[in-house]
Write a protein of this length. Sequence first.
Length: 464
Amino acid sequence: MNRVVIIGGGPGGYEAALVARQLGADVTMVDSDGIGGSAVLTDCVPSKALIATANVITDAASSADLGILIDGRTPDASHFGVDLRAVNERILGLVRKQSDDVRSRLLADGISLIPGRGRLDEAGNVVVRRRDGKDETLAADAVLIATGARPRELPDAQPDGERILTWEQVYDLDEVPERLIVVGSGVTGAEFAGAYHALGSRVVLISSRDHVLPGEDPDAAKVLEEVYARRGVEVLSRSRAVAARRTDTGVEVTLTTGEVVTGSHVLMAVGSLPTTDDLGLDEAGIETDDGGFIRVDRVSRTSRRGIYAAGDCTGVLMLASVAAMQGRIAMWHALGDAVTPLELTTVSSTVFTNPEIATVGLTQRDLDEERFRGDVVLVPLATNARAKMAEQRDGFVKLFCRRGSRILAGAVIVSPHASELIHPLTIAVEQRLTVDELASTFTVYPSLSGSIAEAARRLHIAAD
């Protein structure tokens, strides 16, 4: 039987373990931080649970146009508040339950779990430092490194878990921050800025770029900026924070211009660093890039034969879904099963703001920089009958297709539940469906998905 050792219990690790067991391998997982990794314990699961609470408030506070009254009065944000301690207790309970569910599945499938820290030796074996301080060496036919990443910290803005926070520390708060400064306007910063504003914080979002979400579709970013401006989120664009310090009453954040922004709390969302320290990578001959991320190919192989890596420690699209797929691909390859190399143009992702922003495939930048020849159409959500019923005006469906073949090349959806609506478009991109094939597929009326078919129909070109 093939022996597989996996270092790390996040999506890259546990999905790989399940595939390896399915293919008959003897699997051992070494984990030091908790089954589920950051995706379950400190990132995706807790943050999206917090956002779910925030979305209930946002929807209720904006329900006046639907004829809703609260005690005879038109609803607004002042009618709503939260018991943040109760919210966070629920979130942490959910986290524990999800971690326990993953652990139970691994054990049920016959996977051995060893609590401790794993590292590689020169022979490519895994040396485990158990919690009792004893070392154990595990020989393996294949090793997968899936140790994830951690929040990046600025030298002059060290988190203290009370006033200066990373996104992993916010669930210890008992009260909603009175004035929250969010440093970083990427996905994490934008999500938390919107969520805490809905929960009752006055939010200042510091962006070093011209606009929020610089890595996303520019039309989508524009919609979110307009929504945040309307709701009262303050955005400081072209501003870079260099330091944060506690004061007697809160925090002060210093910008490169010398300007000081004051608040009750600051959330640092300035990127991630790979958790690749003390893994024995140099001894084992594993190549990393300048940022410390493990170099892998499209089937998750490292530079050392028989050793694979998956997830955030590789820096390849730092998404839980990508980590999971990298882990599966690694085991399919290592154990001789049929495997399709990772194709990043078929990866869908979502920014869980309100409205959500979901994307797949080639982008507006690819089109503008002529990396493909294509056509694009944007259908505003405000014209959709289902959206009108719910007074949902912000958003759109945007499709890109290749010129000539009319194959769907990419898509952007900005709307409620965009994370769900993107799935059929992900299938269409991966299966290389044409816009005519997409347009001829039935959709429910009325539905938000109807705008997908409408956008596809607008990309039709009549036959000569």
